[in-house]
Design a protein around this ligand. Structure first.
Ligand code: PFF
Length: 457
């Protein structure tokens, strides 16, 4: 198809990241989140360890990196939010629907992401004041927390409030500034925890569970879990990297930034697994606890460990920072849309969207208590929000973005824009091949089989 007439970037005068480091840290902040610290270790634990890690890494390399480049490029070219970017590149068509799906997905993910972020803040508070000492019934404490009515709502409100305040402050003064402050702290906390975990006596069993693959138990579900985890972890498939890419200036080396972001996110996930699984094994716990690994197994592990109180605080601090820098990017997807397309001012857009998201998340906070009778395909409300967005919307968004880039905008045009400012990591034939054939076909197969499996029970 022909390239739409657009010699100049749309939206000139848009606020730009103040530096490449600022952009990379903000995008890595978006990518590194609950997905890495909470979801990745427990999925590895329930999906049999190293085999899952290997499939996950393949998904990152073959799907994650090419789509990361594609999304950032669409954003930089158009200097628009997710919806506006598709609309600008394909006037008179319905491609804008892909961007609109992204904005909607961002809204829904944030609504429950903030609930889990709220659990993290509550646990940071509890470990700080010593409310989870040795001998606590940790499973009971967690269930008690999430089935209560007001406590999780309170922490959900705190989490969403902080997220909203950062977004209201702006791209450079809010997102970039806080990413530059928080990301080094995140890296430090993660390193401290890995060093502690792998040096515990008995940590070796956990390390080999994590590093020695056994493919005999791999199923279609394992593959879908790995694929959707890759998109979720890299913040792909919903226009988040389009939005962050839209604040990048034309001279910047985009392909290199994309590589940094993907590498940092992958390292963070691998390190989080290394911080958690060896410690779990060393202290005689089971790795397959599922979503409760972070909130039930780990506090129990910390309680048994010398200086565990300190490490517990470091861990939940890490979880909160990771969640916060991701939540702001989710909110930014919606706010950028309202600012660009509806002409709202940033503060108003942030406050109204933050409030709406808080309200939309309320059913998921109540899904374990007052609303626990409501289920969908056997899932509680939070898992339902999570499944619909992560197993359907993100792969679908990524699939359509790949098709758009490969067959509508055209790989040549994407590559030309991606390589502007590139200093060696240029996008070439390998990328075009992946985005044309490998990415769409594989995503479609994996997504459909995963949905079928869930529905067929
Ligand atoms: N990447 C984040 C994580 O791993 O927790 C979650 C996320 C953020 C998903 C932003 C999608 C997104 F647009």
């Amino acid at each position: 198809m022909s390239e739409p007439k657009m010699d100049q970037r749309i939206g000139q005068g848009r606020e730009n990241w103040a530096s490449q480091v600022g952009f990379v840290l903000a995008a890595a902040g978006s990518a590194i989140g609950l997905g890495n610290i909470w979801r990745f270790p427990y999925l590895t634990g329930t999906n049999g360890g190293a085999a899952f890690v290997v499939i996950y890494l393949a998904a990152i390399i073959f799907f994650g990196y090419p789509i990361m480049i594609t999304e950032m490029t669409i954003g930089r070219k158009t200097q628009r939010n997710a919806y506006g970017a598709f609309a600008a590149l394909s006037p008179g068509t319905n491609w804008w629907l892909v961007g609109a799906l992204g904005v909607l997905t961002g809204f829904v993910i944030l609504s429950y992401y903030s609930v889990v972020g709220g659990w993290g803040v509550a646990y940071l508070f509890k470990t700080l004041v010593g409310m989870l000492p040795k001998g606590t019934d940790f499973a009971g404490a967690f269930v008690g927390h999430i089935t209560a009515t007001w406590e999780p709502i309170f922490w959900h409100a705190v989490f969403m409030g902080v997220t909203t305040a950062i977004i209201a402050a702006g791209v450079v003064k809010g997102i970039q500034r806080w990413s530059e402050i928080l990301m080094p702290m995140l890296a430090m906390s993660l390193i401290i925890l890995v060093l502690r975990s792998v040096t515990l006596p008995g940590a070796m069993a956990g390390i080999s569970f994590y590093l020695k693959p056994d493919f005999s138990n791999v199923t279609a579900k394992t593959v879908l879990d790995a694929l959707s985890q890759a998109f979720f972890s890299l913040s792909l498939g919903m226009g988040c990297m389009i939005t962050y890419g839209s604040y990048v200036s034309a001279e910047e080396d985009l392909t290199k930034s994309a590589l940094y972001v993907v590498s940092m996110d992958t390292m963070a996930a691998l390190f989080a697994g290394l911080a958690i699984l060896p410690a779990v094994f060393a202290l005689g716990f089971e790795p397959g606890a599922g979503a409760g690994l972070t909130f039930i197994t780990l506090p129990a592990v910390f309680a048994e460990m010398p200086l565990g109180g300190f490490f517990g605080v470091v861990f939940f601090f890490l979880l909160c920072i990771a969640a916060l820098t991701s939540a702001i990017s989710l909110l930014e997807v919606v706010v950028a849309y309202l600012v660009d397309e509806k002409g709202w001012n940033r503060q108003r857009a942030a406050i109204l969207t933050g409030t709406a998201c808080f309200l939309f998340g309320l059913p998921t906070t109540l899904g374990y208590g007052a609303l626990s009778h409501i289920t969908f395909l056997g899932m509680d409300l939070l898992d339902t929000y999570d499944w619909i967005t992560n197993s359907i919307c993100l792969p679908l968004g990524a699939l359509l973005t790949a098709i758009f880039a490969a067959y509508y905008w055209g790989t040549k045009n994407v590559a030309e824009e991606a390589n502007r400012g590139s200093t060696g990591m240029a996008v070439g034939a390998w990328w075009a091949f992946l985005i044309r054939y490998v990415v769409p076909v594989a995503i479609a197969i994996i997504m459909l089989s995963g949905i079928y499996q869930r529905i067929a029970g």
